[in-house]
Design a protein around this ligand. Structure first.
Ligand code: GLA
Length: 600
């Protein structure tokens, strides 16, 4: 009897001890589970960044059929359609109301008379048919909540929905399936921009909402993961067979979208709205520039539509216009024009039609540029481009942030090339001397110099993983950004002989679509600061199967070397775990080198 009592006590203590010491599966660790399944957006859409025009920047709510058709005609007659600008996106302002009898959305036929059918029915179909007949694609705007942004910000505008509270609830919230069926199966649109004011702005205490005379129903506050779930739900419905819809998630860099956007949408806004001024454009550029590991074919950071041709980017400021356009091209950002094309000066047309700059943006490999150097004066970006076997091509951009000209000595080494065979100044078309190890570039005030370089790579039958961000997808549940570090940052870490580094926060996972002929991934694993009893573990999984792990503790004064065979692996998952969470320190992959079976 006595013995049994002791056994029981021992068992209870053992179980309690195990429960207390076992690392709890917090949700920050859940996405770590290597599944062997590519988790990034995979609906087949937007294999290169979407290109087109949207009504918002030019006309705000004052969009109408006449303007739309004029833009459509110009897209065709100016050659812009053939240059790749295919989407013609109707933004906020198109709706009349939601018919309460059956919940059907009605187009405002006062401004879109073509939507009034002879039968008396109301439909966008004749308009989308016409656009399709012109070789264009058509985009529609809605909201993830009950009301749109215009209803909040543009009160009293005549193009806002009319009627009672329910009739003005034109957002998709309670009508998701019905609205999507209407937009895509019935009306034939090809692109959805789903805004978020309906989720975020109509709070119970707001004047527009509260009291007996409130004009809108209050919308509950949603947690970030509920916002994610809402956008993901719409994304799943859009991916229904037979629907060919590009999905633009518009929640302005909020609700942690920068970390789930690439799993849910084809593009996701990384910032608040652009306005046609230099500072704002630069802020939007900043919101996307270090996010190269999140973009790739089918999924793009969206620093918002272009403001080329407007305000600080008009013909009076052509240098700034060129900078804005070049930056969006290098960021692999969607190129959605926002100026009134029908009255566009030739200089602007020529600028946005430049085939070489468009080519950088639309490069099929989909590698967003990395910022390899940054100072208060200027930035240097490098973008890997597709090249025929045996050739290496990169684009390199210098951005002058200053209001006066600057001369910059740009090392060729930033491209990973030891010698350049051909260097073209993309905007002038002029070929530059290719013999030197530096390019001395005079960069105008708020201007850029954009080079396309063909060169000899410093590695043979090897490349750095950091050169191919479009093949990588980051899985994480926290808001820290995984990224490729610039040369100056690496230098500041005092790590000798280091050429490349990729930083990830603990409790994240990188998924990498291993290219054919890749045989090995090797490099060093380190951390910025490890203290106390903190430990980090780097794990490799191939197509869902465990391959190897490497542990780093504060005692390790040197980086841990890894060399992982990846022959015949399709998806490599690299996990980084740390018991102390993701806030404290970053894990570093130093010189992550891919070895191929032959020169790539
Ligand atoms: C938000 C979006 C804009 C535009 C307006 C329409 O502000 O971010 O791009 O769609 O709503 O009201």
């Amino acid at each position: 009897m006595k013995t049994r009592w002791w056994i029981l006590l021992f068992l209870v203590l053992a179980i309690a001890g195990f429960t207390l010491t076992r690392p709890s599966p917090t949700d920050s660790q859940l996405p770590m589970l290597a599944s062997g399944e590519w988790r990034a957006m995979d609906n087949g859409q937007a294999q290169t960044p979407p290109m087109g025009w949207s009504s918002w920047n030019a006309f705000h709510l004052d969009i109408d059929q006449e303007r739309l058709y004029r833009i459509a005609d110009t897209l065709v007659s100016s050659g812009l359609r053939d240059a790749g600008y295919l989407y013609l996106n109707i933004d906020d302002g198109w709706w009349l109301k939601r018919r309460t009898a059956d919940g059907r959305l009605l187009v405002n036929t006062g401004i879109f008379p073509g939507a009034r059918l002879r039968s008396g029915e109301n439909s966008f179909r004749p308009i989308t048919d016409r656009l399709h007949g012109m070789g264009l694609k058509a985009g529609i705007y809605s909201d993830a909540g009950r009301n749109s942004c215009g209803a909040f910000w543009d009160r009293g505008h005549p193009n806002l929905p009319e009627g009672g509270v329910a009739e003005r609830e034109v957002g998709t919230w309670d009508f998701t399936r019905q609205d999507l069926a209407l937009f895509f199966d019935d009306w034939g649109f090809d692109y959805l921009k789903l805004d978020a004011c309906g989720l975020t702005h109509f709070r119970p205490l707001h004047l527009l909402v509260r009291g007996l005379h409130g004009q809108f129903r209050a919308f509950p506050r949603l947690a970030d993961d509920q916002v994610h779930d809402r956008y993901a739900q719409v994304g799943r419905l859009l991916a229904k067979p037979g629907r060919d819809v590009t999905y633009s998630v518009c929640i302005w860099g909020e609700a942690n979208v920068n970390h789930w956007g690439s799993e849910v949408g084809n593009l996701w806004r990384t910032s608040s709205d652009i306005t046609p001024d230099w500072q704002r454009m630069m802020a939007n550029y900043e919101s996307a520039v270090e996010r190269e590991l999140y973009a790739g074919p089918g999924r793009w950071n969206d620093p918002d539509m272009l403001a080329v041709g407007l305000g600080d980017f008009s013909t009076d400021h052509i240098e700034q216009a060129r900078s804005h356009f070049s930056l969006w091209a290098m960021l692999s950002a969607p190129l959605i024009l926002g100026n009134d094309l029908a009255s566009m000066p030739d200089e602007i047309l020529e600028l946005v039609s430049n085939p070489d700059v468009i080519g950088l943006n639309q490069d099929p490999s989909g590698h967003q540029a990395s910022r390899v150097f940054r100072s208060s004066q200027y930035d240097i970006l490098v973008k890997t481009l597709t090249a025929p076997a045996g050739l290496n091509r990169k684009a390199m951009l210098v951005l002058n942030r200053q209001a006066e000209e600057v001369t910059v000595k740009v090392p060729l080494a930033y491209s990973q090339f030891t010698s350049a065979k051909r260097v073209k100044d993309v905007w002038t078309g002029i070929t530059l001397a290719s013999g030197q190890q530096h390019f001395e570039l005079a960069v105008p005030a708020h201007g850029v110099r954009l080079l396309e370089i063909q060169g000899e790579h410093r590695l043979h039958e090897q490349r750095y993983l950091t050169e191919f961000p479009g093949q990588v997808h980051v899985v994480q549940s926290h808001s820290k950004t995984a990224r490729i570090l610039g040369a100056a940052e690496i230098g500041n870490m005092g790590i000798d002989g280091l050429e490349q580094a990729l930083a990830i926060h603990p409790n994240s996972m990188l998924q990498w679509q291993v290219p054919a002929h890749a045989r090995r991934l090797s490099g060093q694993f380190s951390a910025e600061q490890l203290d106390g009893d903190n430990r980090m573990v780097l794990g490799f999984y191939g197509d869902g199967r465990f391959l190897s792990r490497h542990s780093l503790s504060p005692k390790d004064t040197r980086p841990v070397v890894f060399s992982q065979d990846i022959t015949s692996i399709g998806l490599l998952e690299i996990t980084l775990e740390s018991a102390s969470g993701h806030e404290k320190t970053r894990g570093l992959l130093l010189n992550p080198i891919i070895t191929y079976s032959h020169e790539p």
